[in-house]
Design a protein around this ligand. Structure first.
Ligand SMILES: C[S@@+](CC[C@H](N)C(=O)[O-])C[C@H]1O[C@@H](n2cnc3c(N)ncnc32)[C@H](O)[C@@H]1O
Length: 179
């Protein structure tokens, strides 16, 4: 469990640790801001469950997602809380579209996902063009000129086909068959 040590300013961690519902011997507490503790943490095995419900300011839930998604085992459950907060909702939309996750249910403002058996997206390379969320053309992207908005709304696959067509490439299925 990654949590702030709020002794002095609150008792969130202390009350969880004191709860009779907690099997204390099964829990390792990593105290401190997750922005600092998660990057340095050495996970010793795959995770079957992760709940993201710590700091909610941008980009902290995203940061936590980064350090957790790469360790989730197939069929692991990922829970994203407070998806009514706009930046957390951005993350929710990303995860909902991603091949690595299947949305199981949203209960009030908490989303439950199952890790699929899709390969783990590289945590150190790029590959944005392979992420389903980035192939979405709706809703339109903010901050672009009208021309840029229109261009962004052409699906990536269509753009690639147009580029290939301009270069004179003929897709295999359109080539005349050899006799
Ligand atoms: C919305 S509460 C949720 C707590 C718990 N998951 C629950 O449902 O009762 C958010 C928790 O994140 C903790 N938190 C806030 N900022 C944090 C940070 N930077 N690193 C780790 N925990 C943090 C707070 O102390 C608080 O306990």
């Amino acid at each position: 469990m990654f949590a702030l040590d709020d002794t002095g300013s609150g008792d969130s961690l202390a009350s969880v640790l004191a709860s009779p519902l907690l099997r204390r011997e099964t829990v390792e507490v990593v105290a401190g801001p997750t922005q600092r503790t998660l990057p340095g943490h050495g996970f010793t095995g795959p995770l079957d469950f992760a709940l993201i419900d710590g700091p909610h300011g941008f980009p902290f839930a995203h940061l936590e997602y980064y350090y957790l998604y790469q360790h989730l085992a197939p069929d692991a459950v990922l829970v994203l809380d407070d998806v009514h907060i706009r930046n957390v909702n951005d993350l929710f939309r990303f995860v909902r579209a991603d091949a690595m996750f299947e949305l199981l249910e949203v209960v009030h403002t908490t989303a439950f996902f199952r890790r699929t058996d899709a390969p783990t997206f590289s945590a150190v390379q790029d590959g944005w063009w392979e992420q389903r969320y980035n192939l979405r053309v709706w809703p339109p992207l903010a901050g672009l000129s009208p021309g840029g908005t229109l261009r962004a709304m052409v699906p990536l696959r269509v753009k690639e086909r147009l580029r290939a067509w301009r270069r004179g490439y003929v897709p295999i299925e359109s080539r005349p068959r050899d006799r």
